[in-house]
Design a protein around this ligand. Structure first.
Ligand SMILES: NC(=O)c1ccc[n+]([C@@H]2O[C@H](COP(=O)([O-])OP(=O)(O)OC[C@H]3O[C@@H](n4cnc5c(N)ncnc54)[C@H](OP(=O)(O)O)[C@@H]3O)[C@@H](O)[C@H]2O)c1
Length: 282
C-alpha cells in the first residue's frame, strides 16, 4: 500500500533565485524566509500562496499538499514552474495516518520548517443538500460533523503533527485560514450554522495552541487569517451579491495575507487577522 511517505516526491532542494516581487513590505519580509514552507491544500488560495512564495521568498523550498495521489492539473502546472523548489504530498486532514506520515516526513527534512499555511476548508459539499444552512431546521448532524472535521479538528491536528518540526526550527509561523463569519462578535446575519461554528471552534483551538506554544516554542507565531471574499470554488455559489471590487483574486488575497502574517512576531501569536491587517473580533 502506498503511504504518504512514498508519495512525497522531494526533488533536490537546492535553490537560488532572485526575488521577482515588488519591493513591498511583504516581499521584503518574505525575502528573508529561509528554510522550508508547507502549504496544506491545493485549492485556489493554497496554490496562490505558493505562487506568491515562489516569487517573493527565493530561499524557501515548499511542499504543497492535495488530497489526490497524483496532483490535479492546476497543481501539476504549478509544480512545473519550479520543480527544484516545489514538492507535492498527499494530505487529507481527516486521516490520522496521513497526518502521522506528514510528521515523519518533516522529521526527515534537513531544512528548518519556517512556515506552515493551512489553506484547506469546507463550506459546502458536492450535493445540493450540503449547502450552508439558512435556518436551524436545515441543520444536520452529518454536515456539522464534516464541517468540524475539516474546519476545526483538521487545523488543530495539523498543528499537533507539525509541532516537533517547528520546535526544532526555532523561529516560524503557523497560520490557518479561518473566516470572518467564524467571529462570534461579528455575527450579525446568522445562518451558515455549521461553517460559522466550526471556524469559531478552529479559532478557539488555535488560540489555545498559541498559548501552549508561547511556553514551549516561544519562537513560533500562530495566526488565524481571514482572506476576504476571494474567487474560488468554495465561494463560487455565493458570489452573486458581491460587488466586483470586493471579490478578490486568489493572488491578491494570498499576497495580502502573507504580508500580514510575516509582519507578525511571536509576541502577536494567538491573533485573528484579516487580509488588510486589521484584527478580527473573536
Ligand atoms: N474564498 C473565500 O471567499 C473565503 C472567505 C473566507 C475564508 N475562506 C477560507 O479560505 C480557505 C481556502 O479556501 P479557498 O477559497 O481556497 O477554497 P477552495 O479553492 O475550495 O480550497 C479549499 C481546499 O480545501 C481542501 N480540503 C477540503 N477538505 C479537506 C481535507 N479533509 N483535508 C485537506 N484538504 C481539504 C480542498 O481539497 P479538494 O479540492 O480535494 O476538495 C481544497 O483544496 C478555507 O479555509 C476557507 O474557509 C475563503
Amino acid at each position: 500500500m502506498l503511504t504518504i511517505m512514498d508519495l512525497y516526491c522531494h526533488k533536490s532542494l537546492a535553490m537560488v533565485r532572485s526575488p521577482q516581487g515588488e519591493n513591498t513590505a511583504e516581499s521584503r519580509a518574505a525575502t528573508t524566509l529561509q528554510g522550508h514552507g508547507l502549504v496544506v491544500a491545493d485549492g485556489a488560495l493554497g496554490r496562490a500562496m505558493v505562487r506568491v512564495l515562489l516569487a517573493q521568498a527565493p530561499a524557501l523550498t515548499i511542499t504543497i499538499t492535495g488530497r489526490t495521489p497524483d496532483p490535479r492539473p492546476d497543481t501539476r502546472r504549478l509544480l512545473q514552474q519550479d520543480p527544484d523548489r516545489l514538492a507535492y504530498g498527499v494530505l487529507d486532514l481527516c486521516s490520522d495516518e496521513q497526518l502521522a506520515a506528514l510528521g515523519a516526513h518533516l522529521d526527515r527534512l534537513n531544512r528548518p520548517l519556517r512556515l506552515v499555511l493551512n489553506a484547506s476548508g469546507r463550506l459546502h459539499g458536492p450535493a445540493p443538500h450540503q449547502a450552508p444552512e439558512k435556518r436551524l431546521a436545515a441543520l444536520r448532524r452529518s454536515a456539522l460533523y464534516q464541517s468540524f472535521a475539516v474546519n476545526a479538528w483538521g487545523p488543530a491536528l495539523l498543528a499537533q503533527a507539525v509541532a516537533p518540526a517547528l520546535k526544532r526550527s526555532g523561529r516560524a509561523w503557523f497560520a490557518s485560514l479561518s473566516a470572518r463569519v467564524g467571529s462570534i462578535g461579528d455575527n450579525r446575519l446568522g445562518g451558515w450554522y455549521s461553517y460559522r461554528a466550526a471556524k469559531a471552534a478552529q479559532n478557539q483551538l488555535l488560540k489555545t495552541v498559541a498559548l501552549e506554544w508561547r511556553r514551549t516554542m516561544p519562537g513560533v507565531c500562530v495566526a488565524c487569517l481571514h482572506p476576504g471574499t476571494t474567487d474560488s470554488p468554495l465561494s463560487k455559489p455565493f458570489q452573486g451579491r458581491v460587488p466586483p471590487r470586493k471579490l478578490f483574486t486568489p493572488d491578491f488575497s494570498a499576497a495580502a495575507l502573507l504580508g500580514v502574517l510575516l509582519a507578525l512576531t511571536p509576541q502577536d501569536s494567538g491573533g485573528f487577522w484579516a487580509w488588510d491587517g486589521q484584527p478580527v473580533p473573536w
